[in-house]
Design a protein around this ligand. Structure first.
Ligand code: PLP
Length: 470
C-alpha cells in the first residue's frame, strides 16, 4: 500500500536567502512612529536602544533584504522547518479540508522566536554590542534570545513577566543553561519595576512593564555596550519571521497547492502571524483569493475590539508612539496561560494590514483553546504551546465549516511552538481549575478611556489628529 505523504521538506540548500517586507506592498504607506513632540522619530533617536544596522532595517520599505550568510549558517541548524499535514485531525473532524501546519516547534528553544533572535544577536555583535536586554512573556522569546546570545558570544538579561515566571519555572533554567540571566518582572532592579511594585506589590506583570524594564536597563549602561532586543511588534522582527511563510509557500507547491484558501496564526505582538501570512498577504494584494486570520485571546482582544491609535509599546512610555491596535499601554491582561499573547498592542504592520481590510481577525477564550489543544494532542499527538492552541482552535472551526459547506479547502496554520514547558497550565485545565471568558465590556471601556488623549492613527494620517490637542 502506498503511504500518503504528510510531510513536505525542503533541502537546506533551498532555505530562503532573503526576508520579505510587507511595507513595500501595503496599499497605504506605513505611518511613522512618533516621538514625545508628536513628530516622526528620526533613526538617530533610536540609537541608544537599537544598533544602527537594525534601525536601518526597521525603517526600510525595501521589499527584500538579504539574509547574511553567518545568520543562514545558524538558521540551517533547524531550518527549513517541515510543513506537515494533519491527516488524523482531518479524519477525526470528518472534514474534506486539508490541514497543513508549518512546524516551528522544531527550533532549539521550541518556537518561531529563534528566527529573529539569531539575526538580532548577530547584527548587535556586528555593531560592537556586548550585552542584550529583553522582556519575555511565556519564556519562549527569552530562551530563544539566550540561545542566540550563547552561540554568538553575547551576554543576555531577560525580564520575564511574573505570572509566567511562576507558571513556567523551567523556562528560567533553559535560559540559564544558555548563559542568560532571568528575573521576574516587575523587579526591584529598575526604576520602572520599583514604581509598579510600590503601587501594587502583587502585580502579576505584563509585557508592557517588562519592556519598560528591559529598555531602561539597556539605555542606562554607561559603557554604551548594551542594547535592547524586542521579540515581536517591530518591522524588522516581522521581516525576520517572513522566512516561515516563504518556506511554506514552496512546500505547499510540493503538495500541489498554489495558494491556500485560509492562512491562520495566533497573534500576540504579531510576529509569528506575520511570518506565516505576509507572503500570502502580498498574494492577496495582487489579486489572490485568500482569507487570512490572526487569532487572539478573548481576554486581550486588540485586533477584534481595540482601536487603531498611536500608543506606547510599554507601560513607562519609553518607546515611541506606535500606530497600532491597542488596549492602552497601562492595560494589564488577565493571567491566562498563553503568556505570549498577553500584550496590549499589536505590530504596526499587522495593525495596518487589518485596517486595510486584508485580515479577518478572530478571538477565542482560553478554555476553547485548551479544548482544541486536547483534541490535537489526542489526534496528531504533539503538545502545542497555549499560544499555538489559539491557531488550532480557529483551524478546527474552519475545518468544520468546510465540512458543513461540503467544500474541500486548503488550510494553512503556523504551529508556532511546543507546549512541553507549559504543563502547569495543562494540568490545571485537566483538573477543571481554569476559567474562560473574554474581556467584559465595562473593563474594555475603562481601559480604552486611558487612550482618550492619544492621536487616532488614521486621523493622524489625514493630518487631523493634532486639532484640539492645544
Ligand atoms: C509559541 C508562541 N506562539 C506565539 C507567540 C506570540 O507571539 P507573536 O505574536 O509575537 O508571534 C508566542 C509569544 O511568546 C509564543 O511563545
Amino acid at each position: 500500500m502506498a503511504l500518503e505523504q504528510t510531510v513536505y521538506t525542503l533541502p537546506q540548500s533551498e532555505i530562503p536567502r532573503q526576508w520579505y517586507n510587507l511595507a513595500a506592498d501595503l496599499p497605504t504607506p506605513m505611518l511613522p512612529p512618533l516621538g514625545p513632540d508628536g513628530q516622526p522619530v528620526r533613526p538617530e533617536q533610536l540609537a541608544p536602544v537599537f544598533p544602527m544596522n537594525i534601525i536601518e532595517q526597521e525603517v526600510s520599505t525595501r521589499r527584500w533584504h538579504d539574509i547574511p550568510e553567518p545568520v543562514l549558517d545558524i538558521l540551517t541548524r533547524w531550518r527549513p522547518t517541515p510543513l506537515r499535514r494533519a491527516r488524523a485531525l482531518e479524519q477525526a473532524l470528518k472534514t474534506p479540508a486539508h490541514i497543513y501546519w508549518k512546524d516551528e516547534s522544531v527550533s532549539p528553544a521550541g518556537s518561531h522566536k529563534a528566527n529573529t533572535a539569531v539575526p538580532q544577536a548577530w547584527y548587535n555583535r556586528e555593531f560592537g554590542i556586548r550585552r542584550l536586554t529583553t522582556e519575555t512573556g511565556a519564556g519562549q522569546w527569552g530562551s530563544s534570545l539566550s540561545y542566540a546570545c550563547a552561540l554568538l558570544g553575547l551576554e543576555c538579561k531577560v525580564y520575564m513577566v511574573k505570572v509566567s515566571f511562576e507558571q513556567k519555572p523551567f523556562r528560567k533554567t533553559l535560559m540559564e543553561l544558555w548563559g542568560g540571566r532571568c528575573v521576574a518582572s516587575p523587579s526591584t532592579e529598575t526604576a520602572a519595576g520599583r514604581a509598579v511594585l510600590e503601587k501594587d506589590p502583587n502585580c502579576p506583570g505584563s509585557l508592557g512593564i517588562a519592556i519598560s524594564e528591559a529598555v531602561e536597563a539597556a539605555v542606562s549602561d554607561r559603557e554604551g555596550k548594551t542594547r535592547y532586543a524586542l521579540g515581536s511588534v517591530l518591522n524588522h522582527v516581522m521581516q525576520h519571521q517572513s522566512i516561515i511563510g516563504l518556506e511554506a509557500k514552496r512546500q505547499l507547491q510540493l503538495a500541489g497547492v498554489a495558494n491556500p484558501d485560509v492562512v491562520i496564526g495566533c497573534a500576540g505582538g504579531g510576529s509569528n502571524f506575520a511570518g506565516i501570512s505576509f507572503p500570502f498577504v502580498a498574494e492577496k494584494i495582487h489579486g489572490a483569493s485568500i482569507r487570512i486570520v490572526p487569532v487572539e485571546p478573548a481576554s486581550c482582544p486588540t485586533l477584534t475590539r481595540a482601536p487603531f491609535v498611536y500608543d506606547h509599546g510599554d507601560l513607562a512610555k519609553m518607546t515611541p508612539l506606535l500606530p497600532m491596535h491597542s488596549l492602552g499601554h497601562s492595560y494589564i491582561p488577565s493571567s491566562i496561560h498563553a503568556g505570549g499573547l498577553r500584550y496590549h498592542g499589536m505590530a504596526p504592520l499587522v495593525s495596518q494590514a487589518a485596517v486595510e481590510g486584508l485580515l479577518e481577525p478572530a478571538s477565542y477564550d482560553q478554555l476553547q483553546c485548551y479544548e482544541a489543544a486536547l483534541l490535537w494532542a489526542r489526534t496528531e499527538g504533539t503538545i502545542p504551546a497555549p499560544e499555538t492552541s489559539h491557531a488550532i482552535a480557529h483551524t478546527i472551526q474552519e475545518a468544520i465549516r468546510a465540512r458543513e459547506e461540503g467544500k474541500q479547502r486548503n488550510l494553512l496554520f503556523c504551529y508556532s511552538g511546543h507546549g512541553l514547558m507549559d504543563l502547569v497550565g495543562y494540568q490545571k485545565f485537566l483538573a477543571g481549575e481554569l476559567a474562560g471568558g473574554g474581556l467584559p465590556e465595562q473593563d474594555l471601556r475603562s481601559t480604552l478611556a486611558t487612550l482618550a488623549a492619544h492621536p487616532p492613527a488614521t486621523e493622524r494620517h489625514t493630518g487631523r489628529w493634532r486639532r484640539g490637542k492645544g
